[in-house]
Design a binder for this molecule. Structure first.
Ligand code: IPM
Ligand code: MG
Length: 361
């Protein structure tokens, strides 16, 4: 029998537990077919951890993650924790987890499922065939730069400060990941910055340009972030791989997500130099529909597929999951976020059951 993969499972808040339940069932269902075994180790993060032990990333959770082969995370956050001091907020736990595991490269693929073309708010001809990858720097930039805080000036006025900073080394390492990914895709890399205004972006652009000499098979272009946002909704098919800084990537990946019809369809992978990767949907914890069996579990299930492909090197198992999703969509089943005329509305659990049926021999 295969050695079991040890997977840290961080269900988090809001819809997190219900979509996690579906993803784990799907993993259990495919395991025998690919001779895999999983040991799922639950751990607390975000609001759930704050409520249970008073902090958003308990040391025990980071330890469990470090001792695992991969980390599956659902979603964190909720209005009940929004007024806590910043160091006690759920989001701080997520950022500490990314930093603690050294996960500097965040891969956010946005690929349109043909069955969902009409679920997008954009015209079908604009989005048909969209298949792009946002490579977001995840442990630097304005999310982590110092100084940061709300200070009081000499005149007694409050002043909020964050710092957007990148070292050449930080830019080069995310740049290399992006070039390698672009090389395996269509060979087109668009670096997004704000070099017309920001020095940090000028350095980013200079380093990316210098790196491109090592990757003659990849066509590198540069766009300012405002233009990139516009181009993403105007003509998204021009993009193959996008590489950008932490904050710009946060924003652009939400735009890219909506091209595909619903943010409920987008998975992500966060990788470091070594150690376990973290796999999580791009969407949030959707507290407004939590516990009502209305959530779309597909981004979470696709995150489990990304874990198999990028974290555990089990591409065949990943593909089986992706094909099961396609098959269920082909048969017209939709969660509320994707619902269209002529389709059958299902809840989170039923979507999971349909996937399992599809995956069962
Ligand atoms: C994301 C989220 C997080 C981020 C939040 C929850 C801290 O928006 O993963 O995109 O900004 O990175
Ligand atoms: Mg975001």
């Amino acid at each position: 029998m295969a050695t079991p993969y040890r997977i840290a499972v961080l269900a988090g808040d809001g819809i997190g537990p219900e979509i996690t339940a579906v993803a784990l069932e799907v993993l259990r269902a495919i395991a025998p077919r690919f001779n895999l075994e999983f040991e799922f180790v639950p751990a607390l993060v975000g609001g759930a951890a704050i409520d249970a032990v008073g902090e958003p990333l308990p040391a025990a959770t980071l330890k469990t993650c470090r001792q695992s082969d991969a980390v599956l995370l659902a979603a964190i956050g909720g209005t009940q924790w929004d007024n806590l001091p910043r160091h006690l907020r759920p989001e701080t736990g997520l950022l500490a987890l990314r930093a603690g595991l050294g996960l500097f490269a965040n891969l956010r693929p946005a690929k349109i499922f043909p069955q969902l073309i009409h679920a997008s708010s954009l015209k079908p001809e604009v989005i048909a065939g969209v298949d792009l990858m946002v490579v977001r720097e995840l442990t630097g930039g304005i999310y982590f730069g110092q100084p940061r805080g709300i200070f009081t000036t000499e005149t007694g006025e409050q002043r909020g400060v964050n710092t957007m900073a990148y070292t050449a080394g930080e830019i080069d390492r995310i740049g290399r990941v992006a070039f390698e990914i672009a090389r395996k895709r269509q060979g087109k890399l668009c670096s997004v910055d704000k070099a017309n205004v920001l020095e940090v972006s000028q350095l980013w652009r200079d380093r990316l340009s210098a790196l491109s000499i090592e990757y003659p098979d990849v066509a590198l272009t540069h766009l300012y972030v405002d233009n990139a946002a516009m181009q993403l909704v105007r003509a998204p098919k021009q993009f193959d791989t996008i590489v950008t800084a932490n904050l710009f990537g946060d924003i652009l990946s939400d735009i890219a997500a909506m091209l595909t019809g619903s943010i409920g369809m987008l998975p992500s992978a966060s990788l470091g130099e070594s150690g376990p990767g973290l796999f999580e949907p791009v969407h949030g914890s959707a507290p407004d529909i939590a516990g009502q069996d209305k959530a779309n579990p597909l981004a979470m299930v696709l995150s489990a597929a990304m874990m198999l492909r990028y974290g555990l090197n089990q591409p065949a198992a990943a593909q089986a999951i992706e094909e099961a999703i396609t098959a269920v969509l082909d048969r017209g089943y939709r969660t509320a976020d994707l619902m269209a005329e002529g389709c059958t509305l299902v809840g989170c659990r039923e979507m999971g059951d349909l996937l399992i049926k599809e995956l069962s021999p």
